[in-house]
Every structure is written in structure tokens, then in C-alpha cells.
Design a protein around this ligand. Structure first.
Ligand code: LLP
Length: 411
């Protein structure tokens, strides 16, 4: 389903003309389609419908409060990785029993927050962390339900910066050390081991790494059950890729079939932590051309969005399709760049596109995940507005920052 289509007024999101939207809210702006979000959530959740499962949307991919509220209405839970994300989840109205808490560097305060709010479970990544959780559980008089996040030493074959499942990564407990740690955890007074988990990377476009990781995790789960632990959950993490350009990632159904096939015989509730697969394709970054500039052989089109608004291209070398809101005659190869004082400030390099002139609008596609959340105020640029389109209407779900906002905390 693609709700970013060309109509009589050029590119639209659902039934809203992006030209009209830009006139109303300005640019740059992140624009999301409610229909696409709804479809992605329901399709993913539905794919696991035949087994006990809980989809915990990974808030880090896009933490906008309005989106989180919608996700609650649509019946999914959350994966939070910081106190701030827990706060957002609860402000959005999440039920604690549908929130899980993970992260490799949880602080004392964050662990206390998670225990006091009674989240479903805390995902543990090391012995030292387990000790800290145990101590805080005793101090607060709570029982800490923990899932051991194993590191299965699997190459996810994705970009090295978003790969997490190798021994050399900081994430998880080495899978061969997990049984020993599980026994120690089980002996701690106010700790209960309720499951096993893993997450091997993001933007994974093949089933094989998922299957391999799931099989290792299943074996670990089975072993712990055999040792007498009463597990309830097997958490397969996130990582399902989406098509940015030519990729053909597994469908949610194929992904679900693979995981269910491996995991179901343990009799546990499957937990999934998708981020990108839920929000990635549902959002665009809408920006306006400021001017053109040629430098030797190079043609630059300078727009009003920069790497502070979308850092994925320079950080991961990521590809985002460009769609001019109105297509002009003639194609050319350009670099789409921002106004920031860095040579890494590009949104697209050597891209063939229809000619873009000053004041034209252009959509940087597939930026719903890891777009707005990674935006910064670099060069003292106010962060973009965020807009949710629903049929013929749209609402601003995050105001554009003002110059005043930039200095609010410094006065
Ligand atoms: N669970 C854990 C433990 C994670 O570390 C992540 C992502 C997810 C779930 C969600 O993964 P997803 O389904 O979205 O692939 N900024 C990078 C992506 C970083 C992913 C970090 N962890 C990017 O823009 O590609």
C-alpha cells in the first residue's frame, strides 16, 4: 500500500495535496499517512495472530506521542529503551503490562522507574546489570521480571552500524554464558527469569539470519525449561527490513511463519519488537528547493532540509527515493543537499530525477523510521514540524520549533 501518489495537484499523501500542506505548515516537515500506519500495524500483528504473541513497537524508530496513542488504540504494546521512552509510552496511555524495557546501559533511575511502573519485563544484557536490577528490586520491594537477551553470534548481513548480533558487539549476553547466568538469576531473591530474547540487527532483508537467531534462542529456551525455569516469553526482537530502493525484504507473513515455525513448540508467548517495519514507509520528509548551484561537473540542488533533519544518508549511506511534488520535463543527475556547513550534508547523491527549480517541493521518501527522532538543532536550526494525514484532513502532531524554543533551556 502506498498512499503517496500523484493526483491532479501533484504528489499527495492520501487525499491531501502536499503542496497545500506545505503552504499551510511550511517546510521542512515530516508527513505521515494514518492509513499506511494502520495497515502496517494490523498486518504485522495479524501475521502472528495464530499464536499467543505481543507486538511491542520499538519506540526509538519514531516516538511521536500521537503515533504512540494510535498504536495503543490499534492494540499493540511498546519496547522502550530509556526513561524518556518509558515516559512517552505512559504519557500516551500505555498499559504497563504491554511495555517492555530494554537497553545496554540502563541507569539505576531508569531501572527503578521500570520496576515502579511495573512493566511486563526488563530485558537484561549483562551480569553486572542483573546484579543492579536485583539490588533495586530488593530496595523497592518489587519483583523484577527479566528476560535474558542473548547474543547468538549471528551475522545479520546488514549495515555494520545497525548490526548487533555478533560477539564483538556490546549487546546481549553470550549465548553460551546465558544458562549459567539464568541459574544465578533464578537464585536471586526478587528476580524472576520469565524469558529469553535476542535482536541481531536492523534493516535485515533475508529470512536466514532471523531463522538462525530464532533457532539458537529456541534451543536456549528449551535448555532453561529443562533446567526447571518457568519461562513465559520468547522475544525475537525487531529488525525486519523495508524496501527503500531495490530491496525485497520478507513480508510480515513470511517473517511470522519463520519465527512461529521455530518458536511455537516451547509454548511461550512470542514477543516482537518491530520499529522500522511499522513506521518506515509511512512517512516522508517534505522539503522545498532554495536554489540551484553548479560546481564544476556537479549540480547541487539545495533544499531547506539538512542532515540535522535527516541524518540517515550521511550516517549509514542510506538510500531514500526522491519524488518531486510536481514533475517537470527533463531529467538530470543532481546531489540534493541541505544548508548545513558540512560536506556530509546531503540527502541524496548522484541521483537522476526530474528537474528541480527554486521553490519546488520534493519528498524524501521512506523516512518514517529513524528520521524525526534523530533530528537535532545543529546550526541552530529549529526541528521540523510533524504532520499526520488522515484522508482529506491533516493535523500537526509536533509543532515546528521556533527560535525561542532553541534557547528555552539556556535562559
Ligand atoms: N529491538 C532492539 C533491541 C533494537 O536495538 C532495535 C533497533 C529494535 C528492536 C528495532 O529495530 P527495527 O525493527 O526498527 O529494525 N538508526 C538506524 C537503526 C538503528 C536500530 C537500533 N535498534 C537506522 O536509521 O537505520
Amino acid at each position: 500500500m502506498d498512499e503517496f501518489r500523484y493526483g491532479d495537484d501533484g504528489l499527495q499523501c492520501e487525499d491531501v495535496s502536499l503542496e497545500a500542506l506545505a503552504d499551510a505548515v511550511g517546510t521542512p516537515a515530516y508527513v505521515y499517512s494514518r492509513k499506511m500506519l494502520d495497515a502496517a500495524v494490523h498486518r504485522f500483528d495479524q501475521a502472528f495472530a495464530r499464536v499467543p504473541h505481543l507486538v511491542c513497537y520499538s519506540i526509538k524508530a519514531n516516538s511521536n506521542l500521537t503515533l504512540l496513542r494510535r498504536f495503543i488504540e490499534w492494540g499493540i504494546g511498546f519496547d522502550a529503551v530509556s526513561g524518556g521512552e518509558l515516559y512517552r509510552a505512559f504519557r500516551a496511555g500505555a498499559a504497563p503490562k504491554r511495555v517492555i524495557f530494554s537497553g545496554v546501559g540502563k541507569t539505576r533511575d531508569e531501572i527503578r522507574y521500570a520496576l515502579n511502573t511495573d512493566v511486563l519485563f526488563i530485558s537484561v544484557e549483562s551480569r553486572a546489570e542483573l546484579d543492579m536490577i536485583s539490588a533495586i528490586a530488593v530496595e523497592t520491594g518489587r519483583v523484577a521480571r527479566v528476560v535474558l537477551r542473548a547474543n547468538p553470534h549471528i551475522d545479520a548481513r546488514t549495515h555494520p552500524y545497525i548490526s548487533t548480533g555478533l560477539k564483538s558487539h556490546k549487546f546481549g549476553i553470550r549465548i553460551d554464558e546465558a544458562p549459567q547466568l539464568a541459574q544465578e538469576a533464578a537464585a536471586m531473591p526478587q528476580v524472576k527469569v520469565v524469558g529469553v530474547g535476542c535482536h541481531v540487527g536492523s534493516q535485515i532483508t533475508a529470512l536466514a539470519p532471523f531463522k538462525k537467531a530464532a533457532t539458537s534462542l529456541r534451543d536456549l529456551g528449551r535448555y532453561l525449561q529443562y533446567q526447571g525455569l518457568e519461562l513465559e516469553y520468547i522475544d525475537f526482537g525487531g529488525g525486519l527490513g523495508i524496501p527503500y530502493g531495490g530491496e525485497a525484504p520478507p513480508t510480515p507473513e513470511a517473517y511470522a511463519d519463520a519465527l512461529i515455525g521455530v518458536g511455537q513448540d516451547l509454548g511461550l508467548t512470542l514477543v516482537l519488537e518491530p520499529g522500522r517495519a511499522i513506521v518506515g514507509t509511512s512517512g516522508i520528509l517534505l522539503c522545498r528547493v532554495i536554489r540551484r548551484k553548479s560546481q564544476g561537473q556537479k549540480r547541487f540542488v539545495i533544499v531547506d532540509a539538512g542532515m540535522n533533519d535527516l541524518i540517515r544518508p550521511p550516517l549509514y549511506g542510506s538510500f531514500h527515493q526522491l519524488r518531486p511534488v510536481r514533475c517537470r520535463e527533463g531529467k538530470e543527475v543532481i546531489d540534493l543537499v541541505g544548508p548545513i556547513c558540512e560536506s556530509t550534508d546531503f540527502l541524496a547523491e548522484k541521483r537522476r530525477t526530474s528537474r528541480l527549480q527554486p521553490d519546488d517541493l520534493v519528498a524524501v521518501m521512506t523516512t518514517g523510521a529513524y528520521g524525526s527522532v534523530l533530528a537535532s538543532n545543529y546550526n541552530s536550526r529549529p526541528r521540523p514540524a510533524e504532520v499526520l494525514v488522515d484522508g482529506r484532513t491533516f493535523n500537526i502532531i509536533r509543532r515546528r520549533e521556533s527560535y525561542k524554543d532553541l534557547i528555552r533551556l539556556e535562559e
